[in-house]
Structures are given as C-alpha cells and as structure tokens.
Design a protein around this ligand. Structure first.
Ligand SMILES: [Zn+2]
Length: 302
C-alpha cells in the first residue's frame, strides 16, 4: 500500500448517497470519523493499531459533524466505527471476558471503553507518520468538506503543534489528481459534458480521452468535491480553461464572443454549443456546484 493508493481509496469511500432532489448528498460519517481518529493519534490517546472507542473520539466527531451536517444526517459516530470495516483497511473489536470479538453492528453507549479499532492492509504503517496523516487529512477535507477551511486550519494548527510539521501552501499531489479523475469519470460515465463524446478505456489502462476538469481550479479552491468537477473531452477542457467556453448557473453552455463560426470548423463547433445544456451526471448529489459554474461564467472572455 503506497500513500498514493491510500489517497485513492480515501477519495472513494463508500459513504452512502442519500436523499432526493436538492437534498441528495453524501453522508459525512466515514470521513469525519477518520479525521477524528487522526486527531486522537496526533494527541496520543490512540495509535494506528489501537483506536479506543471513547468519549473523546465521539466528541471529536461531533465537533466537526455540527459544522458539516446536512438535511437528515444524524450525529452517530458509532455507525462509521462499524461500517468503516467495509473499506478493507479498518477492523473493529469489542472486548469481552478476556477475549476480543469482531464488531458486527454499531456499538452502544455501554460499549464505551470496551471496544477498539485498528488500521489494517498497510494503512497502519502509513498512518503512523504525522506527515502522512496531514496529507490524508488534507485529502479528506478537499474531497468531502472543501468549504470547511476552518476544519483544515484548526487541524493544521494541532498537527503543527504536535509535530512541528511545515505546512506549505502548495497543494499536495500524492494521488489526489488520479483519484479525482476516477471519481468524476465514474459520475459522468466517461462522457464529455459538452459534446457528449464517450470513450471508455478498459480498466487498468490510464490513458483516457476524457479529462476531469475542475470548475474552480484546485490551486485556488483546494476543492476536490465531485461537484467542483466536470468530465470534458480534451478539446472542451482546453476551451474551458482558456475562458472561451463556460457552463453557467443555468446549466447551459456559454461561448465567448471572440469565437467566430465563419472562421473555421473548429470555431463553428464551439459556437454551436452556445445554449446547449450541460450533460449532467445522473445522480443529483453530484450536480455542478453553483459557485463553480458562476466562477466559470464570470471569466468567459467577452
Ligand atoms: Zn467534448
């Protein structure tokens, strides 16, 4: 397990997507519990091999939960403590008479102090290094809670105090870019949101004709939430990044007035996109974020 692979897995947690229409969203519980666990490891009460099921962990979870909860989300850290096991890098145990038993259901209040979890599958070695924890924490925030910079700054502060880590302003790479791309291509089913070109390359081949574009660039937003992304073919990615093509809050394409359809076929194809709808993902949880499409439209060259 490399850090690269670990980040890819953190970007693709099966978090559960719930709700209908405008309330559709990803449940925050698994990434929130991991952030709380990293805190406890930073501060000493937990190690990667033994994460106690304790009130401190629940409090850490709740503090952030209150900042990110949406709609009917419930403050239940006991659920991810159990369900993280489905990710393949986490095991939970309940301590009985001299023997520990695998946890197979969410824990109860009376289990506090009598259960623990541990990282497995190579995560235990990665997570033991403070620098790795910081990179994983940044990745979790960028992917699941990009608007909560307060979480990030609060945490960077703690980690800095604990380990004298140098936190740079440079966005850290470590596999987040391929992980973002994989997620966006899955959500858009490998189809360009402008022209509809769909090319699927067999799994394992990293070549693709469809890109995952950020609406607000990562360097500016540190936002890898799928609602800050669009699947675009190379041509339309190029055009959007040069501000001659932009999605708008009306979820239609807008084309710069600099484009003259009489000049070339390429320009005619681009200008034909004006007023066409953005080809959206099936799941409304991942519709382009309003802030992102506004940002793009504002930059369209007049
Ligand atoms: Zn295209």
């Amino acid at each position: 397990m490399t850090l690269h692979e670990a980040i890819e897995r953190l970007y693709d947690l099966s978090v559960g997507v719930v709700g209908i229409a405008g309330e559709r969203h990803e449940r925050p519980h698994k990434p929130l519990l991991l952030l709380a666990v990293f805190d406890l490891i930073d501060e000493g009460p937990a190690t990667p091999e033994r994460i106690p099921w304790c009130q401190e962990l629940r409090d850490r979870f709740t503090a952030r939960f209150n900042l990110v909860r949406k709609h009917d989300d419930k403050n239940t850290p006991d659920n991810p403590f159990n369900y993280l096991q489905s990710e393949g890098f986490w095991q939970a145990w309940k301590e009985g008479n001299r023997k520990a038993h695998p946890v197979d259901a969410p824990l109860l209040a009376r289990d506090l102090g009598h259960a623990f979890a541990r990282f497995t599958d190579g995560f235990q070695y990665l997570v033991s290094l403070p620098t790795n924890r910081q990179i994983m924490r940044d990745a979790l925030v960028s992917r699941y809670f990009p608007h909560l910079s307060q979480i990030k700054s609060q945490q960077s502060e703690i980690t800095n105090r604990q380990s004298n880590l140098q936190v740079t302003d440079e966005p850290l790479e470590y596999g987040r870019s391929p992980a973002f791309r994989r997620k966006i291509l899955a959500i858009y089913d490998h189809q360009c949101a402008a022209c509809g070109l769909r090319i699927k390359i067999p799994a394992g081949n990293d070549v693709s004709f469809i890109d995952a574009a950020h609406l607000i660039p990562f360097s500016e937003s540190q936002n890898d939430h799928p609602t800050n992304g669009l699947a675009l073919c190379k041509n339309h990615h190029w055009a959007m990044d040069r501000d001659i093509l932009a999605p708008g809050p009306d979820l239609h394409w807008h084309v710069s007035k600099l484009i003259d359809p009489r000049r070339s076929n390429g320009e005619r194809e681009l200008s034909d996109l004006a007023g066409k709808s953005v080809l959206l993902p099936k799941d409304p949880a991942f519709l382009p974020d309003e802030e992102g499409v506004k940002w793009r439209l504002q930059r369209l060259s007049a």
